[in-house]
Design a protein around this ligand. Structure first.
Ligand SMILES: [Zn+2]
Length: 378
């Protein structure tokens, strides 16, 4: 016996009495239910059966299973009371309705079909069969959808044969098998095959807000805030803008200019810092060379390699020991022969070689002294 889907007859029913038909290890099968089983991009319902938590609802082996951690306390034939987690259900009824309106409007206003959708807790995505989408087009759809939501169109569902359904002129041809198909119509806006649950009138979906898009495979995925999420997203973003405005001491409309000025200043200061470090590096090389440890970034020594023999070691921002060698290929070969002993890696070409080491700066210095100074003395 299959479960009677009362969630279709009355999607607004929050409580219902039913009878246990089967007790499985993972949950219960009932004679009828208000719990929507996961499908069509809509998550399965949660709630309680006789006060015991239902963590989800799924189709399994042809049955609708109310998932529970401990269903063993129930018995076949038992009368039980169902209560939906209405916040969860209503959120996805709104999301699903908003998704139909967005996808339907992209199709009717711009001729762009939808290839996939995803409904999340606080946003939804509609993946479009197009390579690019400009903001103006998305905003046009956003305005049309919000206008239609406020016009409070009726949302209804009916079951038809495949031929009848196709004759209705659906947005997308029907992919599911079976004799019949459920068609969901948002009066004057959209008509499509769908097994989900929706609000009864579009105004209940709440306004939607376009958040942006991203490329995915060869398509564009648009991201939308819906229902209460549209307002919480706006509040979050307003708070972020307010904080940026405070930190930059700039009015909202001047934030971008203030950031551009900061970036310009940073670039000028970075260039000056690099120059100063290069000058310091030259001083260190002249006063301390040819072997020493520095607290300057080793890049500061890179332009100083002019064939002179020197070895500088230092520690980078992550605490790794780095080294830089000025000299010819024969000198580098002498170092390379000792690489394994000191955990050294690296390379380059004359007159500059660089890399990292697995030992301390002092040990590296000792090695460098022995190789450079002995050679110089010899
Ligand atoms: Zn739907």
């Amino acid at each position: 016996m299959s479960t009677e889907p009362v969630y279709y007859t009355d999607p607004y029913l929050v409580t219902l009495d039913a009878q246990v038909v089967r007790v499985l290890d993972c949950g219960l099968v009932l004679d009828r239910t208000i719990f929507y089983p996961e499908g069509g991009g809509q998550p399965g319902d949660r709630g309680w059966i006789d006060g015991v938590l239902v963590t989800g609802t799924v189709h399994r082996d042809g049955a609708i299973v109310h998932l529970m951690d401990s269903p063993s306390g129930f018995s076949v034939g038992q009368r039980v009371s169902l209560r939906l987690d209405w916040d969860h259900r209503f959120r996805f009824m709104r999301a699903h309705t908003a998704e139909h309106m967005i996808a339907g409007t992209f199709h009717s206003a711009l001729g762009i079909p939808t290839v996939a959708i995803h409904l999340a807790d606080d946003y939804l995505t509609v993946e479009l069969d197009t390579h690019e989408l400009d903001d103006e087009s998305a905003w046009k759809v956003e305005s049309l959808v919000n206008r239609a939501i406020l016009e409070d169109h009726r949302v209804s569902a009916g079951v038809f044969t495949h031929d009848q359904a196709e004759a209705l002129g659906l947005r997308r041809s029907i992919k599911v098998d079976g004799d019949c198909v459920r068609v969901v119509e948002i009066e004057g806006v959209d008509r499509i095959g769908c097994g989900g649950v929706h609000v009864s009138h579009t105004s209940q979906a709440g306004l939607v807000s376009y958040a942006g898009c991203e490329p995915i495979r060869s398509h564009v995925r648009t991201i939308w805030y819906y229902g209460d999420g549209a307002f919480s997203a706006a509040r979050r973003e307003r708070a972020a803008v307010k904080e940026a405005s405070r930190l930059l001491s700039a009015q909202t409309g001047e934030i971008a200019d203030a950031i551009r000025r900061l970036i310009d200043t940073k670039n000028v200061l970075s260039a000056r810092l690099r120059e100063a470090e290069a000058r310091l590096a030259r001083c260190q090389l002249e006063s301390q060379g040819p072997v020493f440890t520095t607290d300057l970034p080793l890049e500061a020594f890179q332009k100083l390699a002019s064939g002179a023999r020197f070895f500088v070691t230092g520690t980078d921002a992550e605490g790794r020991v780095r080294w830089l060698l000025g000299g010819d290929a024969a000198l580098f070969a002498a170092f390379k022969a000792r690489f394994a002993e000191f955990g050294m890696r690296g390379g380059g070409k004359a007159p500059l070689w660089q890399g990292s080491a697995g030992c301390g700066c002092t040990e590296l210095e000792a090695l460098a002294r022995s190789l450079i100074l002995e050679d110089d003395n010899g």
